[in-house]
Design a protein around this ligand. Structure first.
Ligand code: KG4
Ligand code: ZN
Length: 337
């Protein structure tokens, strides 16, 4: 069963073809970063228009590269939310229309479920049950995963998501969009000079808060002469504070649930310092850790094709409705059978 996956929730147009037994067949990605860079962030209307321009050519490209015909495709998975409504609608309407024309099912996928399952695309996937740390531009979630569709939220950010904190802090430091990767690049030139707080680690619980860290960073920046070295040292201290905060909470979640497997996914999981800090922690507590390959940390069509395939295999069907939910808590996701 070949499944076509479509991701258009933000600033990347992703298309992939996944086969239930053969695995990932092909994936293509078009990033809008260069278009949004001059505005310092994602411009929703421009994002939607660009998805319209790129989506059909990318679907054709994926089919050609896979040497597949339209008749080989058994289902279409598309991101139905959360994200930018106009951008989601492009993928949702295209997926639903193609599915109707090709007489196959289309399945609405939750974007964060796609991220959560992205390490399953790797050759050595984690076994259920596990703890998932999802760190993206819009979410910071600690989730207990017992099987596909069975998610119990253990903790979440009470304010800024981890990626959002990276992006806003990067802006303060005068870095270009996208802030996260730029900040982590700057941090490689920094040294351990400042000690930043590890928010909400001094009390029990698995929730996060990153907005105070952002304010602390701003104050620290104003206390210095803001030389390139000052900025690099601040980027280093900020990144280390985020990495250690995430690590403390993940350790707590593993201990509280007695689970021995940690899965880390979402755009921020591409961060090398965060990967290293979490890996060191799991080594210390005798747990296993899994990440997607870097290209599947950020948005992509492969994770949507995989998640949709699992739901179709579980017998899930959607009707002809075009589903686009800009706000869609993962707690409201339906349970795959
Ligand atoms: O998962 P993603 O591509 O989109 C959302 O679902 O939000 O995540 C994007 C977020 C952005 O905030 C971006 O700055 C951050 O992931 N990000 C990073 C890195 N690469 C992407 N943050 C820190 N370090 C990175 N290397
Ligand atoms: Zn994402």
């Amino acid at each position: 069963m070949y499944i076509l996956g479509i991701e258009t929730s933000c600033d990347e147009t992703g298309v992939a073809i996944y086969h239930e037994k053969l695995g990932l067949i092909h994936h293509v990605l078009y990033s809008q970063i260069s278009m949004h860079r001059e505005y310092g962030g994602v411009v929703p209307e421009l994002a939607s228009r660009d998805h319209i321009r790129k989506l059909i050519p990318l679907i054709k490209e994926a089919l050609n590269a896979s040497q597949l015909q339209v008749s080989d495709i058994s289902g279409i998975a598309y991101t139905a939310g959360p994200g930018l409504v106009g951008a989601i609608l492009v993928g949702a309407a295209t997926a639903r229309s193609l599915a109707w024309t090709w007489n196959i099912p289309a399945i609405a996928v939750h974007h964060m479920e796609g991220h959560l399952l992205s390490p399953m695309l790797e050759a050595n996937p984690p076994a259920y049950p596990f703890i998932a740390l999802l760190i993206s531009g819009g979410h910071t979630l600690l989730v207990k995963v017992t099987q596909v569709g069975h998610y119990q939220i253990l903790g979440e950010s009470l304010d800024d998501a981890a990626g959002e904190a990276f992006d806003k802090t990067a802006k303060m430091l005068g870095l270009e969009y996208p802030g996260g990767p730029m900040l982590s690049q700057l941090a490689t030139q920094g040294v351990a000079r400042f000690k930043f707080p590890r928010p909400m680690t001094d009390r029990p619980g698995l929730d996060f808060s990153f907005s105070g860290l952002k304010t602390f960073t701003m104050n620290k920046l104003h206390e210095t002469a803001q030389t390139p070295q000052d900025k690099a040292d601040i980027a280093y201290a900020f990144q280390q504070a985020v990495a250690e905060t995430l690590s403390i909470k993940c350790k707590r979640a593993l201990e509280a649930t007695q689970l021995k497997t940690l899965v880390v996914a979402g755009g921020v999981s591409a961060n090398q310092q965060i990967r290293a800090t979490l890996t060191a922690m799991t080594l210390k507590v005798g747990a296993n850790i899994y990440f997607p390959r870097p290209e599947f940390c950020t948005d992509n069509g492969a994770m949507i094709a995989y998640a949709g395939c699992q739901r179709l295999l579980a017998g899930e069907h959607s009707n002809l409705e075009i589903i686009a939910k800009p706000r869609w808590p993962i707690s409201e996701i339906s349970t795959a059978q």
